[in-house]
Design a protein around this ligand. Structure first.
Ligand code: LLP
Length: 448
């Protein structure tokens, strides 16, 4: 009989320490005087000038990550189309456009933003399971580079709009390979029960149909199996293998296939997940698709923009109830919805140097919104913090500001871009007046 194991003194899976969180994020550093600093700009200086809550993005990180991905993919020749939905800030997209990025878009609004950021229309791919006729008209009239069609019905709509405009629509078929990327159910897209894509078994006949419909030019096939994929490369490898077989089958039937769009989804470590890296993605692409002589494309969002951003917030107050300590911030689920929506874990770092030496104890970090779901973290180790103290939510550059709302009539937060020693407000905080603008009382109500 073995000895009984001693009772654990520490939680089985303790959260990373402040030092560990900092170590993995080279654009953030801690200074004895200035506290938490992004590139060369103290976050406290941004909070003083712009207020909180504020999203802050590191231009250097956006460039570095784009270039790292570009370098990893270089020998595949894959073009990078940044998934604008992850961060539709004009200055962020412009920063990436300057590096050579194209765009993956899902609406007219995103296409207008990509064009305004200087991305050429032929470097834009239109994804999404339901594009309206007006969106298709807009995209085709501006010369979009590729539309990823997701059904026979949609092929019919694209054909009709192309004929109406007298243009030829460049289309790819987004197929659903029925693989499980083992990510959160709400962001899994490549399983057969998901709404996305064309079942791979139906793809050959639809590709044949696309080749006969007037106004369509089928260019290739596309896949996107899910987001925040951290389970290794096997789901990607399976999906890409299936795509390769499809390409060979289509070619054997005499159909032309020039492009394969490999989608996005590469995960990042929010806590301490062993996230796959671009070299692994490049390897999976190369192995399955490298010899097909097609133009390859990827559509990453989070991997590029996620780590580049923080959400800066202030403590409104701390309160104690029974055994729990609540830290109530001026940011809420309407700003950063990921914890409420996906049980997502985001690192939280204090900004003031003194808060790094004070003893930490567990607390629940929450926003002021009137829902229990407005909880950013439970039992997070943080020091006692006075009203006005600053904290930064890490890895908030993807699906952060992008998913904000004005729930509880809270204005949208400001957005700031940091570049070396410089910073600029790249999106103004929404004003209280703007929140009310556009609302009208009908004439049968009395004037207040
Ligand atoms: N391509 C398509 C067709 C997509 O639907 C998506 C993301 C991407 C590319 C980019 O995926 P990424 O590389 O960023 O994983 N709001 C969720 C994530 C939703 C992802 C939606 N589609 C979150 O906060 O985790």
């Amino acid at each position: 009989m073995g000895m009984a194991a001693p009772a654990p003194l520490l939680p089985a899976d303790p959260d990373p320490s402040f030092a560990e969180l900092l170590a993995g994020r080279p654009h953030l550093s801690l200074h004895a005087q200035d506290g938490l600093t992004m590139e060369e700009v103290p976050l406290a200086a941004i909070a003083r000038q712009v207020g909180t809550p504020t999203w802050v993005y590191s231009a250097g990180t956006l460039r570095r990550r784009y270039q790292a991905l570009h370098a990893a993919l270089a020998d595949t020749g894959a073009e990078i189309h940044f998934a604008v939905k992850s961060n539709p800030n004009l200055a962020v997209v412009r920063t990436l456009a300057e590096q050579g990025a194209g765009a993956d878009i899902v609406s007219e609004g995103e296409m207008r933003l990509a064009l305004a950021a200087g991305i050429k229309a032929d470097h834009i791919v239109f994804s999404g399971v339901g594009k309206t006729l007006n969106e298709l008209r807009f995209a085709l009239s501006r010369g979009i580079g590729q539309i990823n069609a997701e059904s026979a019905e949609e092929l019919g709509m694209i054909s009709a709009v192309a004929q109406e405009l007298g243009v030829t629509a460049p289309v790819a078929l987004r197929v659903n390979p029925d693989v499980d990327p083992k990510t959160h159910a709400k962001i899994t897209t490549g399983k057969s029960e998901n709404k996305f894509g064309i079942p791979i078994a139906e793809a050959p006949s639809l590709y044949g149909l696309a080749a006969t419909l007037p106004g369509l030019r089928p260019l290739g096939v596309a896949v996107h199996i899910g987001s925040q994929i951290t389970s290794g490369m096997s789901a990607y490898a399976t999906a890409y293998q299936a795509l390769a077989e499809l390409v060979r089958l289509l070619r054997a039937r005499g159909l032309t296939v020039e492009r394969v769009d490999c989608g996005g989804g590469l995960g990042i470590p929010y806590r301490d997940e062993p996230a796959p890296n671009p070299a692994a993605l490049a390897g999976a692409i190369r192995t399955a698709l490298g010899k097909l002589e097609v133009k390859l494309m990827v559509e990453p969002g989070r991997w590029i923009s996620g780590p580049a951003g923080v959400l800066l917030a202030s403590v409104i107050l701390q309160k104690h109830t029974g055994t729990r300590r609540f830290m109530i911030l001026d940011a809420a689920m309407n700003d950063l919805v990921r914890p409420a929506m996906y049980e997502a874990w985001h690192g939280i770092l204090p900004v003031a140097p003194a808060d790094y030496v004070a003893p930490v104890s567990p607390c629940d970090v929450v926003g002021p919104v009137c829902e229990t779901g407005d909880t950013f973290a439970r039992n997070r180790g943080l020091p006692p913090m006075k009203p006005g103290s600053l904290v930064a939510f890490l890895d908030a550059g993807a699906y952060g500001a992008a998913m904000s709302s004005t729930y509880n009539s809270r204005p949208l937060a400001a957005e700031v871009l940091v570049d070396g020693t410089r910073f600029a407000v790249v999106r103004e905080r929404q004003t209280q007046e703007a929140l009310l603008a556009g609302q009208h009382l009908p004439d049968w109500l009395s004037t207040p």
